[in-house]
Ligand binder design. Sequence first.
Ligand SMILES: N[C@@H](CCC(=O)N[C@@H](CS)C(=O)NCC(=O)O)C(=O)O
Length: 343
Amino acid sequence: MENSYVLPGQEYSRDTSYIESRITRDGADGWPVEPGRYRLVVARACPWANRTIIVRRLLGLEDSISLALCGPTHDMRSWTFDLDEGEHDPVLGIHWLAEAYYRRVPGYRKGITVPAIVDVPTGAVVTNDFARMTLAFSSEWQEHHREGAPDLYPEALREEMDAVMKRVYTEVNNGVYRCGFAGSQDAYDDAYERLFTALDWLEDRLATRRYLMGETITEADVRLFTTLVRFDPVYHGHFKCNRNKLIEMPALWAYARDLFTTPGFGDTVDFAQIKSHYYEVHTDLNPSGIVPGGPDLSGWLEPHGREALGGRPWGDGTPPPAPRTEELVPQDATPLPGGVASA
Ligand SMILES: N[C@@H](CCC(=O)N[C@@H](CS)C(=O)NCC(=O)O)C(=O)O
């Protein structure tokens, strides 16, 4: 189940309390920045985890923070390492992600969620506070960024960016969940209205700006992208976000394709795992567990034409190199050739 609750007749409400310890340069919470010490646990299916995979790649933190991949579906105890040999994570040596949560908080009773960062020496979760994780990758881990890493949270844009990211979070990232898990017709109607009001705002905003904050890629784009890329495969049908598809919003669709073919974005997306997770795990919404065949993904590689808006995607930086072989998305789960971005 999602880390959430919904009572019949009520609006969906996300549980936003987390294990909030921070990994910082000064180690104030007991967890100092230290390359090789931490393991980022994700599922490619999850939009909140997808953010961390993208930001880790854009900043070149692969050598500093290792990656553990849970499979797309669950057993009774939530996420497992069923994709790994022997169904155990090779570094943490555990089958259930829950084990790392229990090492941190015995009997942990809240959602066993991804993304989570685990301290390898103790095997305990340090944080599952996804919103802070990526910003910390930008600020606290700066000394370990690759050469040419972009500035994803530029000082001069922060005030406006925080406001844009807040609206994107409440209305879009979480807005689709509010539609999908609405507990009454009224709650759904309200959620649907809010979601498409925000998508109309974004469609306008992106008609004249190459990226959400203008000229260059920022964390705000990462956050919007992970919802857009799931929109037609899952949110449109499974979550009833169906006023229109993403492909029917010209600016948003071209923007999403632009990012998809940008190194570090599309090459992290596994459409097969995304569909499998939502349609198989949410048995309350889809009791048959049947995963739909569509949509056709070939349109993702159609020319997007967004270069005409100008912009300097990486600012003073450079694109990241291709993903490492062991982190490639399987070819049958992506329209990208070889699972590697083509732009
Ligand atoms: N922890 C964050 C975001 C992470 C999150 O909700 N992840 C989902 C997957 S997309 C999860 O792990 N849910 C628990 C589960 O599926 O068992 C939140 O609850 O807002």
